[in-house]
Design a protein around this ligand. Structure first.
Ligand code: GDP
Ligand code: GDP
Length: 435
C-alpha cells in the first residue's frame, strides 16, 4: 500500500526539480479540484501502475547556501528510517563533493534500496562524466536530467520494480484506524497513555500491512478502534530538533495508514507551520481530522477564550475548516473521552453514503435557485448528481458545460452539502462532469 520514496542529496543538485517532475501530473489533477497547493515537499506519484508518496527531504531545509553538514546527515538518517526506497541525487556538473561522500557513506550501510541518480546529464558528453560516480561505492547509477525529464523513465522503472505489487483493494476495515500526530512535545504520548491506560485493554496486536505500521486494537469507553503506531512514533526517540521536517516525515506513514488523524497541537504555542503541514498532509490524503488543542490546563482562561482560540485556528485551516476542534488536557484527562467520541463520529461521517434520490431532492432545488453563473453567454445546466461509491466522500454533478464551473461555485456546493449532512472533519471531493 503506501510506499514512501525519499529524495536526498545536498542542496542545488536538482532534487526539487526532479520532485516536481515526479508529482506534476497527479498534482495538476488534484489542484484543479481543490484549487490549493500548500506543500511543495510531499506529493503522490504513480508509475507502471504503482502508487507511491514522494518526499523531497531537501525542501524542508531552508537556507541552502550555508547548510550544515549535520543537517544533511540527519535528513538522510531520517529518510533511511522512514522511507522504503531512497533516491540519492548528485550533480554531474560538480562531480563528487565531500558532502556526497558523507551521504554515500551513510547509504552504503543501509539495507533499504538506494537508487543513485546522477542529475543534470543534459547531453551525451556528460554521460561520460558521470562515470566518476562509481567511486561512491553505491553500484550502478541512473543518468537523468530532471529539467527535461530525460532518463527519468528508466529510473522510475527501476524504482517501481522495487515496490511490491499493488494489493487487491482492501476490504473496508470495520474498525476506525486512528493516528495521533503532531509536532514533538505536543503531548501525543501523554494522550495515548491517558487514553489506553492499562495494558489489559489491549486486545490484539496485528502487524500492519506495511513493515513499520502497527495497528493495535483497543476497547475503551465502549469504543473499539485501532491505534496506528509506527516505528516513527514509538521510537519517538527524544527528537529534539523542532524542525518541520522531522514531525512531517515522522507522520507520513502513520497518516497514510490511518482513517482518522488526531492532530495534537500545543495550546501554549498555537497553530504553527508544522501543524499546518501535518494538517495538509492529512487533508491531501483525504483522511478524517480531529484537532485537539492540548495542554489547555496551562492557558489562563481570562486572557484567551476557547472561542477566540478556535476562531484563530479555523482561519489557518482555510478553506477546509469544517473540522472539530477540542480543548483538552492529557495531563488532567480533561475531555479525552469527548475527543475519542469525536474521532469515532468523524469516522462515521467519512463512511456515510447519501442516497442518490435524497441527494437530488436536496441539491437540485438549491442549484435551481442559485445556478452557476453564466460564462461567455453560456448557461450551465446541472441535471443530476450522485455520491460515488468511493472510500471517502466524492460527489459528481452532471452538467452540460463542466469546464465552465468555477471554484467559487464548487465551494458553494460543498458548503451546502456540509450544511445538510455531517461531514465535519472529512475532506470532500466534488466533480463536475459532462452528461
Ligand atoms: P535542490 O536544491 O537539490 O532542490 O535543487 P533545485 O531543484 O532547486 O535545482 C538547483 C538548480 O539546478 C536550479 O537552478 C535548476 O534549474 C538546476 N537544474 C535542475 N535540474 C537540472 C538539469 O537536469 N539540468 C541542468 N542543467 N540544470 C538543472
Ligand atoms: P509528544 O512528544 O507529542 O509525545 O509529547 P509528550 O506526551 O512526551 O509530552 C511532552 C511534554 O508535555 C511532557 O513533559 C508532558 O508531561 C507535557 N504534557 C503533555 N500533555 C500535557 C497537558 O495536557 N498539560 C500539561 N500541562 N502538560 C502536558
Amino acid at each position: 500500500m503506501n510506499n514512501i520514496v525519499a529524495i536526498v542529496g545536498r542542496p542545488n543538485v536538482g532534487k526539487s526539480t526532479f520532485f516536481n517532475r515526479l508529482i506534476q501530473r497527479r498534482e495538476a489533477i488534484v489542484d484543479s479540484v481543490s484549487g490549493v497547493t500548500r506543500d511543495r515537499n510531499y506529493g503522490k506519484s504513480e508509475w507502471n501502475g504503482k502508487e507511491f508518496s514522494v518526499i523531497d527531504t531537501g525542501g524542508y531545509i531552508k537556507g541552502s547556501d550555508d547548510i550544515f553538514e549535520g543537517e544533511i546527515r540527519r535528513q538522510v538518517e531520517l529518510a533511511i528510517d522512514e522511507a522504503d526506497v531512497i533516491i540519492f541525487v548528485v550533480d554531474v556538473e560538480d562531480g563528487i563533493t565531500p558532502m556526497d561522500d558523507e551521504v554515500a557513506k551513510l547509504l552504503r550501510k543501509v539495507t533499504k534500496p538506494v537508487l543513485l541518480a546522477v542529475n543534470k546529464v543534459d547531453n551525451a558528453m556528460r554521460v561520460d562524466d558521470a562515470i566518476e560516480f562509481y567511486n561512491l561505492g553505491l553500484g550502478d547509477y541512473y543518468t537523468i536530467a530532471g529539467m527535461s525529464g530525460s532518463g527519468t523513465g528508466e529510473l522510475l522503472d527501476a524504482l517501481t520494480d522495487l515496490l511490491p505489487e499493488p494489493e487487491e483493494v482492501e476490504e473496508e476495515e470495520a474498525l476506525p484506524r486512528f493516528a495521533v500526530v503532531g509536532r514533538p512535545n505536543a503531548g501525543k504520548s501523554s494522550f495515548i497513555n491517558a487514553l489506553i491506560g492499562e495494558d489489559r485493554y489491549i486486545v490484539t496486536d496485528i502487524a500492519g500491512t506495511t513493515r513499520d505500521a502497527i495497528d493495535t486494537k483497543y476497547n475503551r469507553f465502549g469504543f473499539e478502534f485501532n491505534l496506528v503506531d509506527t516505528a516513527g512514533i514509538r521510537r519517538k526517540a527524544k527528537v529534539k530538533e523542532d524542525l518541520e521536517f522531522y514531525s512531517v516525515m515522522r507522520s507520513v506513514r502513520a497518516i497514510e495508514h490511518s482513517d482518522i488523524c488526531i492532530l495534537m497541537i500545543d495550546a501554549t504555542r498555537g497553530f504553527e507551520g508544522q501543524d499546518q503541514s501535518i494538517f495538509w498532509l492529512a487533508e491531501k490524503n483525504r483522511k478524517g481530522v480531529v484537532i485537539l488543542v492540548n495542554k489547555w490546563d496551562l492557558i489562563e482562561k481570562d486572557t484567551m477564550s476557547t472561542r477566540d482560540y478556535e476562531k484563530r485556528i479555523r482561519e489557518e485551516l482555510q478553506p477546509f475548516n469544517d473540522v472539530p476542534i477540542l480543548f483538552v488536557s492529557a495531563l488532567t484527562k480533561q475531555r479525552l473521552l469527548k475527543a475519542l467520541e469525536t474521532a469515532v463520529q468523524v469516522f462515521e461521517n467519512r463512511k456515510q453514503r447519501v442516497a442518490t434520490s435524497k441527494l437530488n431532492e436536496l441539491m437540485l432545488p438549491i442549484i435551481e435557485n442559485n445556478p452557476p453563473p453564466a460564462l461567455k453567454g453560456k448557461y450551465i445546466k446541472i441535471k443530476y448528481c450522485m455520491q460515488l461509491p468511493t472510500p471517502t466522500p466524492q460527489f459528481v454533478f452532471f452538467c452540460n458545460l463542466p469546464q465552465y464551473v468555477k471554484e467559487p461555485y464548487r465551494r458553494f456546493i460543498e458548503n451546502k452539502l456540509r450544511e445538510n449532512y455531517d461531514f465535519s472533519g472529512v475532506p470532500i471531493d466534488i466533480y463536475f462532469r459532462q452528461k
